[in-house]
Write a protein that binds this ligand. Structure first.
Ligand code: FE2
Length: 255
C-alpha cells in the first residue's frame, strides 16, 4: 500500500510483439490490475515491426501479419488503460522503423498514417505517445516527475544503464532497449542524503537471438514498480520467474 500523497508507477517495455512472452505479459497485466497504478509507462519496442526491417527475418521465428501485431498491442494498451489513471507510450527504435520506411519509399509515405504505431496506437485512446525521433535537439523523453525521466534507451553497451546516468545529467532515468535488468544508484551530491538512479526494466519478450549482436543470455523478463513521493522516489525491479512475480509487499502474482 502506497503512502498517502505518493503515486504508484509501473514501467515495462520491449515486448517485441509478436516475439513477446505471453505468460510474462499476463503476469505484468495482472500485477497492474492488482496495483491499479496512477501511471503506466511503456518504454518502447512494444512492437517488433520486423516486417519493416531491412534485415532478413530471423531463422525459426514465425512471420506474422503486421496488422495482427498492431491489434495485439492495442488490446494490451486497452487492458492497461482500464486500470491506470495515465498511460504513456515512449516509442522505441523498432516502432521508429515505420518512420524510416516512410522516409525511404513513396509507398511508405502513402500508407504511413494507416500503419504507423504513433497514429494507430493513440487513436481512440487516452494515451500519451512520445515519438522516438527529435527535430528540436532535445532527447525525446517522458517526464515522470521533477526527478525522473523515462526514455526508450540511449545505449546498448555493456554498461548502458550507468551510461544513461551520465547522459541524463542529474535526473534519474528509467529505460528499456537493453532487455537487461540493471540498476545504478549514486548519491546526489547536490542534495546530500538523496540518490539519483538509472534503471532498466528488463523485457517481456522471449529470449531468442533476434538481433545478431544481442546477448539473450542476459535478457530478463521484468518490469519496474515505483512509489513516487513528494520529495523522493523508490523504484523496484520485479523479475518474472516461472510465470509469476513477487511484489514488494510479498504478494504473489501468477499468470
Ligand atoms: Fe530498442
Amino acid at each position: 500500500m502506497a503512502k498517502r500523497g505518493s503515486k504508484t508507477m509501473l514501467a515495462f517495455g520491449d515486448l517485441h510483439i509478436p516475439q513477446h512472452n505471453r505468460r510474462a505479459v499476463e503476469v505484468f497485466c495482472r500485477a497492474a490490475e492488482r496495483i491499479q497504478p496512477d501511471l503506466v509507462v511503456c518504454l518502447g519496442d512494444l512492437l517488433d515491426c520486423g516486417q519493416f526491417s531491412p534485415h532478413l527475418p530471423t531463422y525459426g521465428v514465425p512471420e506474422t501479419e503486421y496488422l495482427d501485431d498492431l491489434r495485439e498491442a492495442g488490446a494490451l494498451l486497452d487492458r492497461l488503460q482500464k486500470v491506470c489513471t495515465r498511460l504513456v507510450v515512449v516509442e522505441g527504435n523498432h516502432e521508429h522503423r515505420l518512420d524510416r520506411w516512410a522516409a525511404a519509399t513513396a509507398e511508405g509515405r502513402g500508407a504511413y498514417s494507416m500503419l504507423a504505431p504513433r497514429v494507430q496506437l493513440t487513436r481512440g485512446r487516452r494515451c500519451i505517445y512520445v515519438p522516438y525521433g527529435s527535430a528540436d535537439g532535445r532527447y525525446p523523453h517522458y517526464r515522470v516527475n521533477s526527478r525522473i525521466i523515462a526514455v526508450h534507451g540511449w545505449s546498448y553497451a555493456r554498461h548502458a544503464t550507468k551510461n544513461h546516468l551520465a547522459v541524463s545529467q542529474g535526473k534519474s532515468v528509467i529505460h528499456g532497449h537493453t532487455h537487461r535488468a540493471d540498476a545504478s544508484i549514486v548519491q546526489n551530491i547536490w542534495s546530500p542524503g538523496r540518490v539519483i538512479e538509472a534503471r532498466s526494466a528488463g523485457c517481456l519478450c522471449r529470449p531468442i537471438p533476434l538481433y545478431g549482436a544481442g546477448r539473450p543470455v542476459e535478457w530478463v523478463n521484468a518490469f519496474i514498480l515505483g512509489y513516487l513521493g513528494r520529495r523522493s522516489d523508490t523504484l523496484y525491479t520485479i523479475p518474472i520467474v516461472d510465470d509469476r512475480c513477487i511484489l514488494p509487499d510479498g504478494a504473489e502474482v501468477a499468470a
